[in-house]
Design a protein around this ligand. Structure first.
Ligand SMILES: *Cc1c(COP(=O)(O)O)cnc(C)c1O
Length: 489
């Protein structure tokens, strides 16, 4: 299917905009801007009417799958519905048009929102201090590990360099540790899908700087031995880092700061309903205990009397990790979501997320293999092993789901499960939507028995068939060239 580009639709002289009148004399501009920055001729841009542009992008958005179109059960990603009131709040002129170089005296509202968001996140997680700066979960991990490293260095323990990470972990965990200059060390899972305590003890020595762990873990299973794990790590002089990507399972139920963790990150774009996918923008605030607070990135938003201020005067800070103060528009959306829900509402969010996952699991576990029978929290992991015996791989099941009108779950992750299908429905789906998804999964399992080629050749109904994902990522070509268009006809 050929989807015409805006360039191909362009007709010389067609217009969809009116520029504001120039508010400087033209000669001043040519004097103010150095010659080398002035264009010799107009840029070659597509020329279209407003209506054509709106139709073009509306049509494109309908070819794509997104959370406003249907259930998006991508495990670990928490693809919940993004309430539109968040957008209304982010679009308030004082927030939307704020300039990062505006003086503090003229940014009091924005600073107040940031300060209150810091306090709300501290209350939800049970920690003492928060930095909103990191732009994503992965950057939160890096920031958190740099804070741990700075704390240990200040305590004269720079020799500690190992960070223990369970084998079920997200790939960003070992990557963040390595980028921070520490050594990731893998710890095995046991047959219940939890940390193998014997293997943990085996890896414990004086070089351990800490442990980075996801809880509930990437199998959706709550680490029942978390208190023991924290004790072992602390006894070795290490710190406990929580990968907080799965906070959606525990709001109002468990405060990570009170069950042995010293530092965590929060993915505002997952738990707190801000749009994500397609590369961002995200936000990965870091929450820490009192002893780690002096090491947070600068600036920290503080309140003095009735005024809010950016505090740069923090001797032990690890420095800045983002330009200006982080992704402010995301803060407004997350703040709105938290305040709209309130404490009781957030607890309900987590309870419903867990309920929805368990309901869906109860419908699927006969037809699909359940590798770890432990009751999961907000997500669960199945294996496509039964279907693979019939020649249908998990990748085929994922592609076939597109024909049924659903985005696929996360597949082939976590790495410790064969042919993994990681499913997280979130709390924002209705019983009917969950049933429709379960029906599709069960139908595909039957097709694997009766007509495996139908599944192997899927998708049949999408504008493009199977892509070479690896090649597309490595040789991404998004530059329009007129010559190529002529060649393509
Ligand atoms: C999403 C996720 C991350 C990384 O977060 P980003 O915001 O995508 O950088 C890390 N760990 C887990 C378990 C995740 O699900």
């Amino acid at each position: 299917m050929h989807i015409p580009l805006l360039f191909e639709k362009s007709r010389s002289g067609r217009k969809g905009y009116v520029l504001p009148k120039l508010d400087l004399p033209e000669k001043d501009i040519t004097e103010l801007i150095p010659e080398r920055f002035l264009r010799g001729e107009p840029a070659s841009l597509p020329e279209l009417s407003e209506g054509e542009v709106v139709r073009h992008f509306t049509n494109l958005s309908q070819l794509n799958y997104h959370v406003d179109k249907g259930l998006y059960p991508l495990g670990s990603c928490t693809m919940k519905y993004n309430p539109k009131v968040n957008e209304t709040a982010a679009n308030i002129a004082g927030f939307r048009d704020a300039h990062p170089l505006q003086p503090e005296t003229r940014s009091q509202g924005a600073l107040q929102l940031m300060h209150e968001l810091q306090e709300l996140l501290a209350a939800i997680t049970g920690f003492d201090a928060v930095s909103l700066q990191p732009a994503a979960g992965a950057q939160g991990e890096l920031t958190g590990v740099l804070i741990m490293k700075a704390y240990l260095a200040a305590a004269g323990l720079s020799g500690k360099h190992k960070i223990l990470i369970p084998d079920s972990a997200h790939g960003t965990n070992p990557a963040s540790v390595a980028i921070a200059g520490l050594t990731p060390v893998e710890v095995k899972s046991n047959s219940d899908g939890m940390v193998d305590i014997d293997d943990l003890r085996k890896n414990m020595d004086d070089a351990v700087a800490g442990m980075m762990i996801t809880n509930p873990n990437t199998l959706g299973i709550f680490e029942r031995n978390i208190a023991t794990i924290a004790e072992l790590v602390h006894d070795a002089g290490g710190l406990m880092y929580l990968d907080g990507a799965n906070l959606n399972a525990q709001m109002g139920i468990v405060q990570p700061g009170r069950i042995g963790f010293d530092v965590m990150h929060i993915n505002l774009h997952k738990t707190f309903s801000t749009p994500h996918g397609g590369g961002g923008p995200g936000s990965g605030p870091v929450a820490v205990s009192e002893q780690l607070a002096p090491f947070l990135p600068v600036p920290v938003v503080i309140k003095e009397g009735e005024r809010y201020r950016l505090d740069y005067n923090r001797r032990q800070s690890i420095g800045k990790v983002h330009s200006f103060y982080g992704n402010f528009g995301i803060f407004v959306r997350a703040f709105t979501y938290i305040r709209m829900n309130g404490a009781k509402g957030l607890r309900r969010v987590s309870e419903d997320a867990v309920l929805n996952a368990n309901y869906l699991l109860s419908r699927l576990k006969g037809a699909y293999k359940l590798p770890f029978p432990e009751t999961p929290m907000h997500e669960f992991v199945l294996s496509g092993d039964y279907q693979k015996e019939k020649g249908v791989k998990t990748m085929d099941i994922a592609k076939r789901l597109l024909d049924y009108g659903f985005h696929a779950p996360t597949i082939y992750f976590p790495l410790i499960v064969h042919e993994a299908l990681m499913i997280e429905p979130t709390e924002t789906e209705t019983r009917e939507a969950l049933d429709a998804f379960a029906d599709a999964m069960l139908a595909i399992s039957r097709e694997a028995d009766e007509n495996p080629d139908l599944v192997r050749e899927a998708p049949h109904s999408t504008p493009v068939k199977r892509l070479n994902d690896a090649l597309a990522a490595r040789r991404l070509n998004i530059v329009y060239k007129e010559e190529e268009r002529e060649h393509d006809g």
